[in-house]
Structures are given as C-alpha cells and as structure tokens.
Design a protein around this ligand. Structure first.
Ligand SMILES: [Zn+2]
Length: 114
C-alpha cells in the first residue's frame, strides 16, 4: 500500500517579491521604489522618470546628490543606457541633483585641490 500525503501550502500573500535595482553610481542594491529611475528616450537622450513606469531602458540612482554627481561626472548614466545626453539633458539632471538631499555620511574620495 502506497500512500502519498503531500501537503502543498503556498503562502503567496504573506511576502511580496520586491524588485531590486542597482544604483549605477554607488552600486548599492535597493528596492526599485527607493531609487530614482532615469529612462532612455526612444529618440536618444535621457529623462528622469518620476513615475518609474515609462517604457524604455532604465537606469537607477539613489535619491542622493552624491550619487548623481558621481553618475554625471563619470557618465555612468550614458554608459548604463548606452546613449548620449545633450547639454540640456545634462543640465536637467544637474538641476535634479541639486534638488536632492546630500547624505551627511558621504565620504568624498581623495579630493586634492590646489
Ligand atoms: Zn547610489
């Protein structure tokens, strides 16, 4: 006599899968909703995606001015999105950067100025 007594309990509702994304500047992995999405436009160039739902290839940055500065100076966004940004677009990104809070714990790496 063979009896199979299998219990399949699925607790689907208990825990939701949270999509994780990587900040292109500091490489920290965070839930996508905690990051700012920058989307590549179909005609080229980039735009800050406030809703996070725009179609197109997206890159993510922490809502932290330090990460934006890093991404803008190192062209991480262009690299991640495989596109180029115009002067106007870059200006818009810098404006966004300046509107963001700067995390007080941020450590600028080796800045030796003359
Ligand atoms: Zn970051």
């Amino acid at each position: 006599m063979m009896k199979k007594n299998r219990k399949a309990i699925r607790n689907r509702m208990s825990r939701r899968h949270v999509p994780q994304r990587t900040c292109v500047a500091c490489r920290h992995v965070r839930p996508a909703r905690e990051l700012v999405r920058i989307v590549r436009l179909s005609g080229g160039g980039v735009e800050v995606d406030e809703t996070g739902k725009k179609p197109g290839r997206g890159a993510y940055l922490c809502p932290d001015a330090a990460c934006w500065e890093l991404a803008l100076t190192k062209q991480s966004l262009e690299h991640a999105l495989k596109t180029e940004t115009t002067v106007e677009e870059k200006e818009a990104l810098w404006r966004q950067c300046r509107s963001l809070p700067r995390s007080p714990s941020a450590n600028p790496v080796g800045s030796t100025g003359g």
